[in-house]
Design a protein around this ligand. Structure first.
Ligand code: MN
Length: 490
């Protein structure tokens, strides 16, 4: 079973009638073989849509793709030469992600047999250049993958792009519920919700906390019993305060019911508005993240929605994806580490080893001690991603990081935590993130890569800034300056 069984990507092969019906038959055969191989190797369904040989065929294929809700993107390949003026009317109206696969059927040139017939039917080397020109001329956002279609790295790149396209599809139907507004006076978690919906599709709306608190009180005791039993099997309940755990599970049940009834995929809470609730949702938010919902603390709807989108993009891959916050540093020269955590809400999908449930005072918010899961994140390569509103445009900042085994036990720290190194080094990584305006909140993911996020940003038409091994501050500052000018000119 594929992770994205319901999503189709259409494989569309370009040609023309110049070479006669025999060549077109061969082109169609090759297209079918390639589409079948891609379908077997990739995380979504690949559907062979046959050949495009005329302007009308190009337009009608793309119109059909635009209106078919199963179609999440198209993959084009020019087996022969397909004069690209015939693609203009179609590509002008394309509203789905586009991948141009620059490949050819045979891997090797058949040196002993090659003749002009072979040359005429296997000419993607120049057919795809004609197709590339019209993509460039139309300024189309598109991914170009080059190499033989059976090569693992080619398949991996197409697979990653498919995940980015699924992120766009997910965003276009995503509803985000905000319980309470933004934390007072905080700037970076603010943003233009209308712009976010225009670019990313996210519908972000608010719901009364008081109304929700009533729904929490109405959760039947038997439902809480069932969830408590589930937790006892799954985690180590390391608190005597059973009532605190049960209250979190009551909130979890009420959230879930509300989300299903209203089609919600991500949500925010804030410790500054818990009217009628006894605790800040901690364990409840963690369990909902574990189930795939997006979450952002302190009213951070951008991170909540991004988390949902990235969890969807990473579906079926190992590693985990969570809401995260840069909390404090280990600033030993040459061995600098970030300690990431949150007040309560870190998703256990990133946990190494067994998860403990504890109940402790929170220190802020003035409510009862909230139950929460406590664990250590695992080691591995990951990204931190942060979406900010630059005024007039959204910017997605992505940093490559290397999560490490915790270097200390930290027995008195009552929250889930993970430690990571910045790339290329602490100073450049931290300066780069801060220069670009990245938030203290982020989505930490071991599954989604910077390449996937770059493609996602291009599809959504938002700015993308990547900080990693390649980064130097002077180039980054120049890139930010040029990007600022370019985005203002658009
Ligand atoms: Mn926070």
């Amino acid at each position: 079973m594929k992770p994205f069984e319901k999503h189709e990507f259409w494989f569309v092969t370009g040609s023309q009638h110049l070479y006669g019906p025999q060549v077109l038959d061969e082109v169609a055969t090759h297209a079918n073989i390639i589409a079948r191989a891609l379908d077997a190797a990739l995380p979504a369904r690949i559907v062979c849509k046959g050949l495009v040989t005329t302007p009308d065929e190009a337009s009608s294929c793309i119109k059909e793709a635009n209106y078919d809700s199963r179609c999440a993107g198209i993959i084009t390949w020019m087996h022969t030469f397909s004069p690209s003026k015939m693609w203009i009317n179609g590509l002008k109206i394309l509203n789905k992600p586009l991948l141009h696969l620059h490949t050819q059927f045979n891997a090797e040139i058949p040196v002993n047999d090659i003749d002009m017939d072979f040359m005429n039917s296997n000419q993607s080397a120049h057919g795809d250049r004609e197709h590339g020109f019209i993509g460039a001329r139309l300024r189309l956002p598109r991914k170009i993958v080059a190499g033989h279609w059976q090569d693992d790295s080619v398949l991996e790149k197409i697979g990653a792009w498919i995940r980015s396209a699924i992120g766009c599809t997910e965003g276009s139907s995503l509803k985000v519920a905000r319980f309470g507004d933004n934390m007072r006076e905080v700037a970076v978690t603010e943003g233009d919700k209308v712009e976010a919906q225009i670019k990313l599709g996210w519908a972000v709306n608010t719901y009364g906390v008081g109304g929700f608190a009533e729904q929490v009180r109405a959760v039947p005791e038997a439902e809480v019993d069932a969830l408590y039993g589930e937790c006892r099997e799954k985690y180590d309940i390391a608190t005597d305060n059973e009532e605190s755990v049960r209250y979190q599970l009551r909130m979890e049940a009420a959230f879930k019911k509300f989300f299903i009834e209203n089609g919600i995929g991500a949500f925010t809470t804030t410790f500054e508005d818990l009217w009628g609730l006894e605790q800040l949702p901690g364990l409840a938010s963690q369990r909902l993240m574990e189930a795939g919902y997006g979450f952002g603390g302190e009213g951070d709807w951008k991170t909540a929605a991004l988390l949902r989108v990235m969890k969807t993009m990473g579906k079926g891959l190992p590693g985990g994806t969570t809401f995260m916050e840069d909390y404090t540093y280990h600033l030993i020269k040459g061995d600098e580490l970030v300690l990431g955590a949150h007040m309560l809400e870190v998703c256990p999908s990133i946990a190494a080893g067994k998860v403990r449930i504890e109940s402790m005072p929170l220190g802020i918010g003035g409510k009862a001690d909230p139950a929460r899961m406590v664990f250590e994140g695992h080691a591995g390569k990951a990204v931190c991603a942060s979406l900010i509103d630059m005024g007039g445009r959204m910017r997605l900042v992505c940093a490559d990081v290397e999560a490490v085994e915790p270097i200390h036990a930290m027995p008195k720290l009552p929250v889930a935590r993970v430690m990571w190194r910045l790339l290329p080094d602490f100073e450049t990584g931290a300066r780069g993130w801060i220069t670009a305006g990245g938030a203290h909140h982020s989505v930490l993911s071991y599954t989604v890569t910077a390449d996937m996020l770059e493609d996602y940003a291009e599809m959504a038409d938002i700015e993308f800034i990547h900080i990693g091994a390649h980064t130097d501050i002077h180039s980054l500052k120049r890139d930010l300056l040029l990007a600022d000018i370019a985005w203002k000119l658009r």
